[in-house]
Design a protein. Sequence first.
Length: 98
Amino acid sequence: MYILIKDDVPVGFATLAAAHASLAAYLKFQDTPEVLEWLSGPFYKAVCRVNDKEFEKAKTFDDHVVLTESAFDNQEVAIAFKPREEWPKPFKFYRLYK
């Protein structure tokens, strides 16, 4: 599962957004074969920081959920993707959140 967090979100809110995004993606896609396989292993997640352009491009890819933050006037802060075997090319270049 990939979780992308906008790079201008403060660390405390980014942590909450990542947790909420993981749960939201699981709940949305829990009955799909990809999630059932993912749950049985390897259960990997990657949390990455992205700029606004990368975030907008990522929203064009299938099977995701976008999260907003009420503390930021309901602005979009994160996007989580259903686990899959093959990821679109841009996912190789997103920066891991550190």
